[in-house]
Design a protein around this ligand. Structure first.
Ligand SMILES: Cc1ncc(C[n+]2csc(CCOP(=O)(O)OP(=O)(O)O)c2C)c(N)n1
Ligand SMILES: [Mg+2]
Length: 429
């Protein structure tokens, strides 16, 4: 048990000071963003929200197959971090990172068809959530449901890139809850010791299912976990998209320069329940209000207006573009068929150049039936049940032979008396 006073209250959350970065060395500031970059970040956040709003409507119409997880209020984290990656870089998103998929180049239609399990989806209707990737073109590794497992996987991707001399950076995301898994710690340590070019975004959205951070970690800042492994870390206001981007860009640059992995803790808030089934009644209402007032999209809008980076016309053009995209891609998804039944047996195993092919050391014919000289079955006469000696159907009945009473073998002469040995072993206990 930790002493009570080391647990920080769940709410109100201690607001971090991004300038001081909670005592950490200040992240090297990237050059200020251009107007285009600011508008891009806004576009992707608004698109992220529009895609998810459309999917909530689909869910209510019973058209979504499987779970639907909301990233409402967290758009700046997905968008700002992924925006720092280059085309050649790799990423592995989690369930609340639809924004990062959009930034990397996945069209909304893939996200709709995937969640609706349509034949036209990236997994051809085999999976109902965001378990898909694109290894060939976009360099996206599919999410893994087991929290934390993507960290060693992406460390491996980062190391492979370095091995191939590609100067790539790998990025993945983890939640506050996921940062307590063994795989998180093992993966982070591996990345640290290998100095892998890995950016790990720790999305601290204050909740893991219904557990507040303070009930699972006795730390004020989850970024402190990186210190245990000698990993460079930064804390950023996860609802400020420009700050998220700048922090992520500095981390990516650092990785590319060969300075080892970086962990970024983005403080934000899950504004919905864990998934659609969860009304999140356990969250204090005031906590929602606190974070609603810091909504990343509204904050970005205010910033763009205050800095005269857009006008009403630009804003409506952006939204018209988003509306058009959503309408066309939704129509495409709704009109797409479900997969044909015979597809169930296809594409289950890896095919193509990325597969590990068996290396046959002997001619295949020699080791595969019927030509093979070795019978590929054991001869078993007893099924191994609790009734010892029961014969397998068709197998010859086992013979029961009475054990002959054999005279006991003469004992080797004892070094000490039995009493002495007993006394010695007693003393050892
Ligand atoms: C190793 C493992 N344990 C448990 C789960 C079940 N699970 C799925 S999501 C989740 C909560 C995750 O919380 P957090 O990491 O904070 O991410 P968030 O949902 O807040 O984005 C849990 C416990 C899992 N998928 N993997
Ligand atoms: Mg969480």
């Amino acid at each position: 048990m930790f002493p009570k006073n080391t647990l920080r209250p769940a709410w109100p959350p201690p607001m971090h000071n991004t300038a001081k970065n909670n005592g950490r060395a200040k992240v090297t500031a990237s050059p200020a963003l251009t107007r285009e970059q600011h508008l891009d970040l806004y576009f992707f956040m608004a698109l992220n929200r529009a895609v998810e709003e459309a999917m909530v409507r689909l869910f209510r119409q019973n058209k979504i197959v499987g779970g639907l997880y909301s990233s409402l209020g967290q758009e700046a984290v997905s968008v700002g971090t992924a925006y720092a990656l280059e085309k050649r870089d790799w990423m592995a998103p989690m369930i609340r990172n639809i924004g990062s998929l959009l930034v990397k180049g996945v069209p909304p239609r893939d996200i709709f068809t995937q969640h609706m399990a349509r034949y036209t989806s990236p997994t051809k209707g085999k999976d109902g959530t965001s378990h898909f990737g694109d290894l060939k073109n976009l360099h996206i590794v599919s999410p893994i449901s087991m929290l934390g497992d993507l960290i060693p996987v992406m460390t491996g991707v980062a190391m492979a890139g370095r091995y191939l001399g590609q100067k790539i950076v790998a990025m993945t995301w983890i939640g506050d809850g996921g940062s307590s898994t063994g795989a998180f710690h093992e993966g982070l340590n591996l990345a640290a010791v290998q100095r892998a070019p890995l950016v790990l975004v720790l999305e601290n959205n204050q909740w893991a299912y219904s557990t507040p951070v303070s009930r699972q970690v006795p730390l004020r800042d989850l970024a402190d976990r990186a210190r245990a492994y000698g990993v460079h870390s930064a804390i950023v206001d996860g609802n400020d998209v420009a700050a998220v981007y700048q922090t992520a860009k500095a981390a990516v640059d650092r990785c590319r320069a060969g300075q080892g992995p970086v962990l970024i803790e983005a403080k934000t808030m899950r504004m919905r329940g864990h998934a659609q089934h969860d009304p999140a009644e356990y969250v204090p209402q005031g906590m929602f209000e606190y974070w609603k007032a810091r909504d990343p999209i509204e904050r970005c809008e205010k910033f763009l207006t205050a800095n005269k980076l857009w006008d009403a016309k630009t804003k409506s053009e952006i939204h018209a573009r988003i509306d058009g995209l959503i309408k066309a891609d939704l129509e495409f998804a709704e009109n797409s068929p479900l997969p044909p039944p015979e597809l169930a047996e296809q594409g289950v195993y890896c095919e193509g150049p990325l597969c590990l092919e068996p290396r046959w050391e002997r001619p295949i014919a020699e080791v595969t039936p019927p030509g093979c000289s070795v019978q590929a079955a054991w001869k078993v006469s007893d099924p191994g049940s609790i009734e010892a000696g029961q014969a397998m159907p068709g197998a010859p009945l086992a013979k029961f032979t009475r054990m002959e009473k054999t005279p006991a073998a003469p004992r080797s002469p004892a070094k000490g008396s039995t009493k002495k040995i007993a006394a010695r072993s007693k003393g050892r206990r």
